[in-house]
Design a protein around this ligand. Sequence first.
Ligand SMILES: Nc1ncnc2c1ncn2[C@@H]1O[C@H](COP(=O)(O)OP(=O)(O)OP(=O)(O)O)[C@@H](O)[C@H]1O
Ligand SMILES: [Mg+2]
Length: 344
Amino acid sequence: MAQSKVPLEDPLHSDLNEIISAASRSADITRQLLAFARCQPVVPKVIDLNDTVEGTLNMLRRLIGEDIDLVWRPAKHTWPVKIDPSQVDQMLVNLCVNAQDAIDGVGKITIETGTVVLDDQSCAFHPGFVPGQFVTLAVSDDGCGMDTETFGHVFEPFFTTKDTGKGTGLGLATVYGIVKQNNGLIDVNSEPGQGTTFRVYLPQYAGAVDGQSEAAKTEPRRSEGQTVLIVEDEVAILRLGQMMLESLGYHVLAAASTTEAIASAENHAGQIHLLITDVVMPEMNGRDLAARLQKLNPELRVLYMSGYTADVIADHGVLEDGVHFIQKPFSHQELAARVGEALS
Ligand SMILES: Nc1ncnc2c1ncn2[C@@H]1O[C@H](COP(=O)(O)OP(=O)(O)OP(=O)(O)O)[C@@H](O)[C@H]1O
Ligand SMILES: [Mg+2]
C-alpha cells in the first residue's frame, strides 16, 4: 500500500521493494515449516517448474554452504505442472540436504529440469512407472553414493544410515509422499563412490491454464461499492485487512470477535454483501458464524481466510471445491482477486 503512494523514481520505492521481499521470504519459510509439520493445506497451482526452482536457489545456497557448488540447469522448455509450490521447495530442501551430507568437504550438487515422454517400453524397465508426459526435476551429487543395501531402503520411513540424533530417516519418505500425492514417479541412480541422482517425474498439466488469477495479478479488481464484514481476532491482521479493502473502495465493517460480528450485522441498516472470516476463533468457528449470518441474509457471500489444515474447512489436506478461501498471509492483490471472485 505504501508503495502505491510513492512514485517509481523515488529511492523509497526500491527500499519498500526490499521490505516486501524480506517479508515474503519470511512468509515462505514459515509456510515451509508448517508444510513440514503437515499443518498446512495443500494448495496445488499450475506452475512453471523452472520459476519455482529459481525462487528457491538462494535459500538452497545458504543451506548447503560455500564448499559445495550448486549448479542450476533449467530445461529450455518445460510443460506446466500442477503442484503446491511449497511442496517443490520441500522436495528440493530434503534432496539437497541429503546430497550435502553425502559430500565430504568440497563437491557439487546439480539441479536440473527436463521433459520426458514415457512409453510402454521405457516403463517396462521401471517397476511402478506408467506411460505419459512428465516434467522432471533431478538433484545429483558427486558424494559417497550408496551400496545396494542402502539403495533398497531409501524411501522407507525412519530408514537412516546417519548417527542417532543426526538423521530421522524421514527426508526421502516425505519426498516420496509428495511425489505420490501429485501422481508422480521417482527414481534413483547411485553407485558407491560415484555419487547419486534422484529424479522426480511430475505429470504434465493438461488442463487450461488459469488465466483469471494471472489477470488479477496485474490489475487488482476494485469494488462496486459493496459492503464487506471482516472478522479476525488478531487485531493487526484485522486492521491491515480493513485498510486493504478500503483502499479497493469497499465499505468495511470490522469485527475482532464473532460476538462483535453478529452485533455489527444486526445493527447494520444496509446490505452486507460479503463476509470475510478467519476460520478458527475462540468463541465460534468461521463456518458456524457464516451459517448464523446467512440466516439473517441468505444472499451473503463468504470468503474464509486461514493458515492451517487443522481448520474445519480443510478436508484430507486439500480444500473443498467451491469454497472461497485465502491463505494467510496474503498480499493486497491476492485479497483483491479473491474478494472479486467471491462476489462475482
Ligand atoms: N544423496 C545421497 N547420497 C548418498 N546416500 C543418500 C543420499 N540421499 C539419501 N541417502 C541415504 O538414504 C538414507 C535416508 O535418507 P532420508 O533423507 O530419508 O533420511 P536421513 O537423511 O537419514 O534423515 P533426515 O532426512 O530425516 O534428516 C540416508 O540416511 C542415506 O543413507
Ligand atoms: Mg535426509
